[in-house]
Design a protein around this ligand. Sequence first.
Ligand code: 13P
Length: 252
Amino acid sequence: MSQKLIIANWKMNPQTQKEADKIFSGILLSVKNIKNTSVVVCPPSLFIGNLKKNNKILIGAQNVSGFSDGAYTGEISAKMLKDKNITYSIVGHSESRASGDSNELINKKINLLLKNKLNIVLCIGEKERDHNGFYLSFIKKQLHECLAGISKSQIKNIVIAYEPIWAIGVDALREADVSEFIEMSIFIKKIIGDMYDVKTAHDIGILYGGSVHPENAESFLIEGRASGLLVGRDSLNAKKFSKILICADKIK
Ligand code: 13P
């Protein structure tokens, strides 16, 4: 990945279309001068399709159904996302995993997204770091099971977002250290290398997410060599999110 990929995950915010339009317009203003960065906003699905059409910001979904169609109350299919010109979907976010998404279900979602030619942001991350390194086998299992049966050519449409659960949201212990992110990127690449090959491991994009803000974005992108960032709270503040975008855009 040459361009940095900066993704806004609005989660279940804001509460009205009016507020969503306001944040989106704020972000839109700042992306006018953004040249080297891909910007994706993942709003709540009700707002998808209502945000101002433009050619600077891609719209993503926060999740997708593991079924193609039928009697699944409350679900949205990959084909529906495609029909709304959605280009990305997050899968495996820890908040979706907490409400029941297993690695097996995430694998089904990935297959449906691939079938509908959408790009995928696969979130992985441990709940806690233990001294025995069990968290590493946890990450390995997530990758193995979520990517089971996905071919080398299909993985080109997938980026991995490392989001340690302990670093997410208002209750976060802290953000990850850049060194922790680097260590994890190497580990993820090693697993991808073993599952596919060295080139695939080299090429795969790895994003960092978890309490990203304008002050720490640069260190993850420059020192941590992250392919991009997945931003929660600070993506709801157009000024803060714009600062993150400007910072990403300066990086060659
Ligand atoms: P915060 O940036 O609010 O910690 O959320 C991170 C996240 O979960 C993005 O997907």
